[in-house]
Design a protein around this ligand. Structure first.
Ligand code: DON
Length: 477
């Protein structure tokens, strides 16, 4: 059933893969050495489960996607106030390597190079002479921090680092300009060295998705359960990623995609749905802003097709599954024969009830369906009880209905108890054609057919239906 999510990812990949526009970054020679057709997509949901497709295991350099992480480290070490005195939080509306500062001579934000070099400088000792092994030591700490966010030991790409350091005139100009303003408390070359190294760390889209999920989760890595940074820092990262993460197209990005994000010239994009999930995309051909062309498109599709815009207003509950129980404690109905009642008493535990709650969107449906899938050997009938759900969005409805069909296909049965006709009402609101129209969903699952069997107004009716199913299986044997 989680394969429905895989199906969505595959479809989005297929849709975006045809776009071969854009150019691989070549201003750092070593960056041009990648396969321009590489394309990977990963999604890490709230409990750390990862869905991925394409080149999700291929490593590429993190580049500017490192900026929020180093900023997080600086915030954690120095505190918000001290960092704010040095780096602004206003979108610059300019290119990432613009030499831009505000009227207090602070870099405008931590997502452009000036702000990122300054953030790196804050991790170094405040002395004018910084020994190389001190930079190496701070870099080790930085790698530890990034690795804690990714739940995997990360490593540097030495070739890209050397190439970056050899060709970084523009960044040197930025660092020395900052130094001339008195903005750096450390040696500009040491700050630059640390910045080049952090940009050269190798990651996969799975890594970026986990980092995104850690930010989404208030700093707690959902795969390790460890707190990588505070909730306050996570909130700050989400804020600056929303306003400054995608450079000069911020307004367009927020309205069109609505996911705090950060891109890098290596072709990676990290995006976050706060409180819910992290996304990693990789495709090295870039647009004129330095953002991955297919990465931007994939994020657009995830947002529109799966309803992942952060301002998709629902009262989502973190706990979608309220309770799970079998019907052993519920007496067999009186309408069956003695023999039937005898048989039904032997298999009450083969009927499982899943009570859901909250507004049901993609993430809630995903976790509920994954639970049903994990339990599949434990029941013959799954009754999904949704009386505590007021709103089901189109994607969630499609997933629930697709799950019904999947159970049918493996000789099991899914039933829905929907006393208030929520599923039907939501269909009346969003007519057929608005239901995830781009997705490869079987025609009969796109709209809700009110006559679809096994949707019941009461739990009693569902149990009778379940009993009929079990008896039929018994007599067919
Ligand atoms: O500063 C640079 O030139 C790079 N190493 C990082 C730039 C980057 O990824 C910009 N983002 N799109």
């Amino acid at each position: 059933m989680s394969s429905h999510v895989d199906g969505y990812l595959r479809h989005i990949m297929d849709t975006c893969a045809v776009d071969r526009t854009g150019e691989v970054a070549d201003y750092i020679p070593e960056l041009a050495a990648v396969d321009p057709d590489g394309f990977g997509l990963s999604l890490c949901v709230h409990d750390g489960h990862i869905y991925s497709d394409g080149d999700s295991g291929v490593e590429f350099t993190i580049q500017s996607v490192s900026k929020p992480l180093t900023y997080a480290m600086a915030l954690g070490r120095l505190g918000v106030e001290a960092v704010d005195a040095k780096i602004g939080v206003e979108p610059s509306g300019e290119a990432f390597n613009e030499i831009s500062v505000d009227d207090r001579r602070r870099p405008k934000n931590p997502m452009i190079n000036a702000g990122a070099i300054l953030a790196a400088s804050l991790l170094l000792p405040p002395v004018r002479e910084v020994a190389d092994d001190m930079v190496a030591k701070v870099f080790d700490e930085l790698v530890d921090f990034y690795s804690a966010c990714a739940a995997r030991r990360l490593r540097i790409d030495e070739q890209v680092y050397a190439s970056e350091a050899a060709t970084g005139s523009r960044n040197r100009a930025i660092a020395y300009m900052l130094d001339s303003f008195g903005a750096l408390d450390t040696a500009p070359d040491a700050a630059l060295d640390l910045y080049y190294r952090q940009c050269s760390i190798r990651v996969t889209t799975d890594d970026l998705a986990v980092v995104g999920a850690t930010i989404a989760n208030g700093g707690v890595n959902p795969r390790t359960g460890r707190q990588a940074f505070s909730g306050q820092v996570a909130q700050r990262l989400l804020s600056v990623m929303t306003t400054c993460g995608m450079y000069d197209g911020a307004g367009d990005w927020v309205t069109g995609v609505g996911l705090p994000a950060k891109s890098g010239v290596g072709g990676g994009i990290l995006a976050v749905l706060p409180g819910q999930l992290g996304i990693g995309v990789y495709s090295p051909r870039l647009d004129e802003h330095g953002n991955s062309v297919r990465g931007v498109e994939a994020c657009r599709h995830l947002s529109s097709d799966l309803g992942l815009h952060m301002f998709n207003v629902t009262r989502e509950s973190r706990v979608t599954i309220r309770s799970v129980f079998d019907i052993s404690d519920i007496e067999v109905g009186p309408d069956w024969s003695e023999a039937e009642r005898g048989f039904l008493r032997t298999c009450r535990d083969r009927v499982r009830v899943y009570e859901l709650q909250g507004d049901l969107t993609f993430t809630g449906a995903e976790s509920a369906l994954r639970r049903l899938e994990a339990d599949i050997d434990d029941y013959a009938v799954a009754i999904v009880e949704i009386s505590r759900i007021d709103v089901i969005d189109p994607v969630a409805r499609t997933m629930v209905l697709a799950m019904k069909r999947t159970l049918d296909d493996v000789g099991k049965r899914a039933m829905i108890v929907d006393p208030d006709g929520v599923v039907r009402a939501s269909v009346d609101r969003h007519r057929r054609d608005t239901i995830a129209p781009n997705l490869n969903v079987p025609e009969d699952l796109r709209g809700f057919d009110p006559t679809l069997p096994h949707v019941h107004a009461t739990m009693d009716q569902a149990i009778v239906d379940a009993e009929e199913f079990l008896l039929k299986q018994f007599t067919d044997r």
